[in-house]
Design a protein around this ligand. Sequence first.
Ligand code: NDP
Length: 248
Amino acid sequence: MKIELSERVAVVTGASRGIGRAVAVALAAAGASVACVASKEANAQATVDAIRAAGGRAEPFGCDVGRPADITALADAVAKAFGRVDILVNNAGVTRDGLLMRMSEEDWDTVLDTNLKGAFLVVKAFSRHLLRSKCGRVINIASVVGISGNGGQANYAASKGGLIAFTKSVSKEIGSRGITANAVAPGFITTDMTDALTAEQRDAMVKGITLGRTGTPDDVAGVVTWLASDLAAYVTGQVIAVDGGLRL
Ligand code: NDP
């Protein structure tokens, strides 16, 4: 069965690069119209250009998901541009790594505000649009460390663990309206976010991956596109690891 998303409108946060960009491009390739959201509108333009060059439909939007006023304005602007919203992908995320003893309150707040509160505000702002869809989907990009925890990432792991619990709660609240909510938990995916690691750290990480390689943004985008489609209509409240069998 072919994945077919034409007539559907998707919103992807953090669509300027990495996983979010791959997700936006994949959803558009399956036929969806895509609102590509980055912290500044100009940052999302290259993704929009790539989608349009391939014959797809996309528009760029600027929204700092740490700013509630930006999110309200985003929901209005997307509804005006596309008239509906069916698929919401909460992908925008940041890290501010450090050992607990030295972690500043500011680094804690930035990560929780962006990764967790941002997702809450985005789902809330778009919920009335999703409720009108016959095939609504909420897909939150969590992380395997939201399940396992990770030394040096207490803020990030807490935000992703919270995002998983949030996703399950959302699935229970909106399931009766035929809307699904799932989390995707990537392992080690090669993007700007993981570029900061040294070659030694990377090699040590790869040793623990069953498939013997790091993941690509497209590895994640494939699973997100499946979750967005009718093929996953009976899947909700789940956390799907996309980690190449990390530490199996
Ligand atoms: P990148 O650092 O490559 O990209 C982050 C994206 O988030 C950018 O598009 C950025 O937009 C956007 N963003 C950051 N802060 C904000 C904000 N305040 N408001 C709006 N947009 C914002 O990250 P990845 O592609 O690697 O990660 C994407 C998601 O996947 C994140 O949630 C991350 O936690 C998660 N993840 C990644 C893993 C990995 O190994 N890479 C592993 C597990 C989870 P802009 O360009 O405008 O700054």
